[in-house]
Design a protein around this ligand. Structure first.
Ligand code: ZN
Ligand code: FE
Length: 255
């Protein structure tokens, strides 16, 4: 059960991802930011699209569903509890469900917060997670529909993944996220070092995605509300984790 992932830029700052099951040649696109770009990536490789795995309903994630389904007749998998907003959905899934891609399999996590029906796909045997707009490199999704409590509990599901999990997030927001992260956690040496790595990568036009859970746990302020230095800089020594998370998110919204 091995997959190959092909990542490519889409729209202004999205990433598209094709996932191919080696054993059977089944191919899923994680979201459909741009049908033309997904088709071009498939054609380049000579791959045929069999599945669409949607993380959430936003246009830069599900906007290409119908065009791709019309061309490929592929199966669309999305959140059962957001089925009304996922164009062309064939199969609604819930937390803990397993979805097949040929001989490979992804576990579904319900991760509400950015939207109420946001889900993530975790290919456990390959140690790969597609997290949409829930977790970003050094950031997390804006709370358009959910509460800080919901988002913090969603991030908790991702925090439970092994440290070496490869995390594919849906946008290249890392440089801006790094600037914010440094503003709230300036004494975090791992963060300072990472920020200069990121600046170098971006100056060369290179992606900062994927990331890993280990790197995010060490440097992402949205995953570190228990951090003593972060709490000191926010003046929130006695607060709960979710209060610190909520304040961090609020500051980022106004940064
Ligand atoms: Zn979104
Ligand atoms: Fe998005």
């Amino acid at each position: 059960m091995t997959i190959e992932v092909h990542q490519f830029p889409c729209l202004s700052d999205n990433y598209g991802f094709l996932v191919r099951d080696d054993a059977t040649g089944a191919v899923a696109t994680i979201d459909t930011p741009d049908a033309d770009a997904v088709n071009a990536a498939l054609e380049e490789r000579g791959w045929s699209l069999t599945h669409i795995f949607n993380t959430h309903h936003h246009f830069d994630h599900a906007g290409g569903n119908e065009a791709l389904k019309a061309r490929w007749g592929c199966q669309i998998v999305g959140a059962a509890n957001d089925a009304g907003r996922i164009p062309g959905i064939d199969k609604g899934v819930h937390d803990g469900d397993r979805v097949s891609l040929g001989d490979s399999e992804a576990v579904v996590f319900e991760v509400p917060g950015h939207t109420v029906g946001h889900i993530a796909f975790y290919f456990a045997s390959d140690g790969v997670a597609f997290v949409g707009d829930t977790l970003f490199a050094l950031g997390c999704g804006r709370l358009f529909e959910g509460t800080p409590e919901q988002m913090w509990s969603s991030l908790g599901k991702l925090l439970a993944l092994p440290d070496d999990t490869i995390v594919y997030c849906a946008h290249e927001y890392t440089q801006a996220n790094a600037n914010f992260a440094l503003s709230v956690d300036p004494d975090n040496e791992a963060l300072v070092a990472r920020a200069s790595d990121i600046a170098r990568l971006r100056a060369d036009g290179l992606p900062t995605v994927p990331t890993s859970m280990a790197l995010e746990k060490a440097t992402n302020p949205f995953l570190r509300p228990a951090s003593v230095t972060l709490r000191q800089s926010l003046n929130m020594s006695a607060a709960t984790d979710v209060e610190v998370f909520a304040e961090t998110r609020r500051r980022k919204d106004n940064f």
